[in-house]
Ligand binder design. Structure first.
Ligand SMILES: Nc1ncnc2c1ncn2[C@@H]1O[C@H](COP(=O)(O)OP(=O)(O)OP(=O)(O)O)[C@@H](O)[C@H]1O
Ligand SMILES: [Mg+2]
Length: 229
């Protein structure tokens, strides 16, 4: 795989057992993403977008096929190795911010860094920098309950960037936001990808976000089709 490739998805299939029958959600999906690329995945509800993202993010095992992240085939990893991949090499942003209620804003970020075995002092500095960039530094000692939906989602983005992973996965990051705040959040992801030469995949229902992405895929009947923008 070329040096610039961050993610390679090869012949991924996924089936779920549903009583006596089996449903095939993903059928032989193959694609790769290079450094500096921001990719959107669109498609109907239930078409398998979150399933694909979960497989790429090492949260779910495929029925067939392989996922390579920066030249490592993570599909063969044991659960300890997978935990390490998730902590160090992937930044996740989910539909709802998934913040931990009893941690302050800054501690949400430091928790990730502890999991990735970072140094405490540089982590403090980095978390403050990120909070500043995302317009949240005045909220660093606040708890999630006192933040708005948009602020929570920005904390989730800061958290996803904290481990400096080269691959960012975002599953409908704007779903709980109004269109202006949503666009803001997507611009922040695009900026991180371009400026720091990362790779990102964003699942979205919002066609208005496509102009911020480099490539667009549609999930159709379990296969992924790339559309020209
Ligand atoms: N653990 C599971 N067991 C059985 N079926 C599942 C499981 N997870 C997902 N599915 C099925 O797989 C299909 C795809 O689900 P998935 O969540 O990936 O869709 P999606 O494209 O993300 O939809 P949405 O846009 O609504 O989020 C659905 O039919 C769902 O019911
Ligand atoms: Mg989904």
């Amino acid at each position: 795989m070329p040096a610039e490739t961050i993610l390679e998805v090869k012949n991924i299939s996924k089936s779920f057992k549903d009583g006596h029958s089996t449903i095939e959600v993903l059928k032989d999906i193959t694609f790769s993403i290079q450094k500096g690329e921001f990719v959107a995945i669109l498609g109907p509800s239930g078409s398998g977008k979150s399933t694909l993202l979960s497989i790429i993010g090492a949260l779910l095992t495929p029925s067939q096929g392989h996922v390579n992240i920066e030249n490592d085939t993570i599909t063969n990893y044991n659960s300890k190795q997978l935990t390490k991949v998730r902590a160090q090499r992937i930044g996740f942003i989910f539909q709802s911010a998934n913040l931990i209620p009893y941690l302050t804003v800054q501690d949400q970020l430091l928790l990730i860094q502890n999991m990735a075995k970072g140094k405490r002092r540089s982590s403090d500095k980095k978390s403050l920098e990120l909070l500043e960039n995302l317009g949240l530094s005045h909220h660093r000692n606040s708890y999630p309950r006192s933040l708005s939906g948009g602020e929570k989602q920005r904390v989730a983005i800061a958290r996803a960037l904290m481990n400096d992973a080269n691959l960012i996965l975002a599953d409908e990051p704007t779903a709980s936001l109004d269109s202006e705040k949503g666009r803001n959040v997507v611009e922040m992801i695009a900026c991180e990808v371009r400026n720091r030469q990362k790779a990102a995949i964003m699942v979205t229902h919002d066609h208005r976000m496509i102009d911020l992405c480099d490539r667009v895929f549609y999930m159709q009947d379990g296969t992924l089709v790339e559309n020209s923008k």
